[in-house]
Ligand binder design. Sequence first.
Ligand code: BG6
Length: 478
Amino acid sequence: IPVDPFDLVIFGGTGDLAQRKILPALFRRFCAGQWPDDAQIIGAARAEYTPDAFREVVAESLRSHAPAQSRNADALNTFLQRVDYVPLDALSDTAWDRLAAKLADDRVRAFYFSVGPQLFGQLAERIKHHDLATPKTRIVVEKPFGHDLESARALNATLAAHFSEGQIYRIDHYLGKETVQNLMAVRFGNMLFEPLWNSQYVDHIQITVAESVGIDGREEYYDRAGAMRDMMQNHLMQLLCLIAMEPPAKFDPDAVRDEKLKVIRALDPVEPHHIVRGQFDAGPSGAGYRDTVGNPRSTTESYVALRAHVSNWRWAGTPFYLRTGKRLIERSSVINVMFKDAPHSIFGADAGRHANVLSIRLQPNEGITLKVTIKEPGPGGMRLVDVPLDMSFAEALGSENQDPPDAYERLVMDVIRGNQTLFMRGDEVEAAWAWTDPIIAGWQARGDVPKPYDSGSTGPGDAELLMKRDGRRWQGIN
Ligand code: BG6
């Protein structure tokens, strides 16, 4: 379904994110026929490109990042005709009139701030000052949304001085992933799971976002952020929210975000002995962290595992174990809902302990597996064995779904549609920082040094101990 006519201005249009993610996503949607006739993209950045030179840069990026679609020369050329460029410096008042001249009054007008957060205020102010904001204006901001609670509050206040909350789209690209949206479909579209989705039946929940990549090319940013700020505060927190939240009354932006916010606010502070920090050392998959960032004394974590508690009626007593790290043995994002054992085994002690596990694979091999207990075949009495009920989305949904659309395709189009459901609200981001800040402050106060783990391994051994102490073990990579 095509969206309304739009002008999309990408500040930082020559940058990495715009070239690698935003423009290819827009191009794919264009090829899918989702663009109306009256729509254009205007890149804006400091580089003194002519529109034609910018188009060449874009074409190059599309060939690398949307190769299948770019092979269609007609589509590529028609798309490029919809791309324009204005050299513009966020810190100066010149050239804004040139940008204004390219915008149409009656279209959706979206400004994508694909720049560092230090420029958000300047851009917001200049959009207002040069009279570029219309009632159909939206602004899109990327993470990191601040460095801590204080800076996130300041950013929210800066944006709120110029735009209403309904105009601000804060991106957490995990929410744009098909499989992440599917968490809501699985939970709230089936009668099967929801009655069991609470501490009475669920022993604990594991959320793993393991990456095999390192931090190459982003050393400076990453060494200031670390895994806690880069992944836990946002992506893992969002996954936790979707798994733990109450059913919203409807799938509408505030109903969904209200429920997510309640989860974050119900989180207990994390006890220091329930957190493991790690930093990768040299190993089978490459050099060590400190060599990579060129800082031999860096104590930034590239891995974090922790045990969280959502203190509310539904989840009291059911821990959530979250872990994420770089340079691990494989790329694998999985949520495991670990159900309790049956209350009584009629088959006696020999049958062993068996509990159902619902695994939701977010990436790769997107799908769902339910581990169920059955009788071991054979005449030798009643022995039990666990088998997987396995579903791969690609197989179940057919070949056109082999390759799920990139998160940005969904998110950028939702901006144009004016649907904020998959974007973070200001209070949500602040609540997530309010939970994260004391953890980081504790590390700093104690002079905590992350535990080393080999690059290409399963992470620091202490993460296993975190589970073992509770009589549990990680599923998947371990
Ligand atoms: C980004 C983080 O937000 O998400 C990166 O800054 C991380 O460090 C990336 O690699 C992971 O995203 P994906 O989509 O590859 O799982």
